[in-house]
Design a protein around this ligand. Sequence first.
Ligand code: SAM
Ligand code: SF4
Length: 354
Amino acid sequence: MVDRFGREINYLRVSLTDHCNFRCIYCMPEDGAGFCSKEDTLSFDELRVVLEAAVTAGFTKFRLTGGEPLLAPRLLETISFLRGFKEVQDISLTTNGHLLAEKAQSLKKAGVNRINVSLDTLKPDRFQTIARRGDSTLVWKGIEASLGAGLDPVKINCVAMKGINDDEVVDFARLTLAHPLHVRFIELMPIAWNQDGVTFDDPLLKTGNGLISISRNKPGMLSAVEMKKLSITAAEIQQRIEDAFGPLLPASIPTNGPARTWQIAGSQGTIGFISQISNDLCADCNRLRLTTDGFLRPCLMSDGEADLRSMLRQGAGVRDIAESFRDVISVKPERHYLAEGQLPVTRTMSQIGG
Ligand code: SAM
Ligand code: SF4
């Protein structure tokens, strides 16, 4: 399926649950995170129809995410279901890794071929400041178990934040010397929780220069303004790594996503930068996103969604839903407008799946 801008769209990111066992400061409030009710969440039967429709419409790559996908009750069955289609070439997972040590083998067996583990700090006490729940030593065990299970590649997603963990970027880069790990630095995106009723045109959201001037997210997590202040560019991170290890060499791995990829000379792994805000990655975007409650989003940033759940509950089948996939592809925007101040206002990262 090719969209209006000539991009081939074949990759679906699926948020299997909006629940999470962490409360990362940039993603969820510490308390009072409201979750989708069971009734609003797609049932396993409904999810299967949507996934089959996606395959019918031409999707060949799937990433299971959340919230925390390892908390999703039918995760292994979902993976096996996808593996049952000969058209499906790639099944991956993005996880916080807390339950991964015990699950890596079964994920691999069910059909996951590669995995991204989010980890923002290698310091256990700092982990409590950022993720606020859980234990970073378990995440590291999950990373080791993934390597042991033969998941390949194993990537580490690290959101670098000024004054919070940016002093560790060199330590993260160093991991790629001794391990076949692929570290991806992700730029912090000012997606705030629950900006009730705020629209893009709300004058309170933008100043004349397009910067966000107010945020209305729940207390207990970073506000959009704070996220802007904490952001650190890919160029800045790269410079620090090059100061420590010398010039990075261009690298590539199969299954590369939007990251620009580099390597320290002689390393086993790679280093990449996913800079949604400072660089325009949209020209190569190949994906749609399915939310936990069954809405199909053409872009991480655009709130125009197709309500597949209502269609399913009114009797739609695989062919109808496949048609909706085509419709959403036909309206996929050329790019996002984050740098200009765009904010998705109806969804959180944990519902969309990052
Ligand atoms: N719970 C899983 C995890 O943390 O990997 C999957 C869902 S999480 C929403 C997916 C990714 O989104 C994670 O790598 C997380 O760091 C990233 N993320 C969440 N909020 C973000 C934000 N405001 N800016 C940038 N990345 C964010
Ligand atoms: Fe949970 Fe992932 Fe959000 Fe952290 S980033 S709170 S682990 S969903």
